[in-house]
Design a protein. Structure first.
Length: 149
C-alpha cells in the first residue's frame, strides 16, 4: 500500500514523500502515530512535486558540502594548548575545541558531533581529522596543536 509521510522517518523517507509500506505497518503504527496518511491520487500528485523539490534541495546541499570540503582541505587549523613541565598536554583536545577553532579560523560552522577523532589528541603536533558534512560528504582538515607554557 502507498502512504504519504507527514514527518521525516529516517529509514523510510522524508516528509511529503510517497512510500510503499505493508498495510499492517500503516494501520498499526504509521497512521495511529500521525506519521502518514493513505495515498490518494490528489496526494500522489502533490507528493511527486515534493519529491522533485527534495531532490533539487539534496543536489544543492551536496554542492555546498563539496565546496566546504575543498575549503577545509586547504585550511590548517591552529590550536594552542597549555603544556606540562614534561612537554605533554594538560588535557586532551576535544571535538568541541576543534569545532570552535574551525568556526573561529575558517568561518565554517561545524558541530562537535560531525568531527571524527580516530584517537584522542594528547600531544602537540599535526593531525588529520575527518569532518562529516551534510549529504554524506566527508572532509579532512589539518589540525596543528601548538604548546603554550
Amino acid at each position: 500500500m502507498q502512504a504519504i509521510l507527514k514527518k521525516d522517518l529516517h529509514p523510510l523517507g522524508q516528509k511529503g514523500q510517497a512510500v510503499q509500506v505493508k498495510p499492517g505497518y500503516f494501520r498499526n503504527f504509521l497512521f495511529p502515530q500521525g506519521l502518514a496518511v493513505a495515498a490518494t491520487r490528489k496526494l500522489l500528485v502533490k507528493a511527486a512535486e515534493v519529491n522533485q523539490k527534495v531532490q533539487e534541495e539534496q543536489v544543492r546541499l551536496k554542492k555546498e558540502a563539496e565546496k566546504l570540503r575543498e575549503t577545509l582541505r586547504e585550511t590548517s587549523i591552529h590550536i594552542k594548548e597549555k603544556l606540562t613541565k614534561k612537554g605533554t598536554l594538560f588535557a586532551k583536545v576535544s571535538a568541541k575545541e576543534i569545532a570552535q577553532a574551525i568556526e573561529a579560523q575558517a568561518k565554517i560552522v561545524v558541530r562537535p558531533d560531525q568531527i571524527v577523532l580516530a584517537a584522542a589528541i594528547k600531544t602537540i603536533g599535526t593531525f588529520e581529522v575527518d569532518v562529516k558534512l551534510p549529504s554524506g560528504v566527508n572532509a579532512r582538515v589539518r589540525i596543528i596543536i601548538e604548546g603554550v607554557e
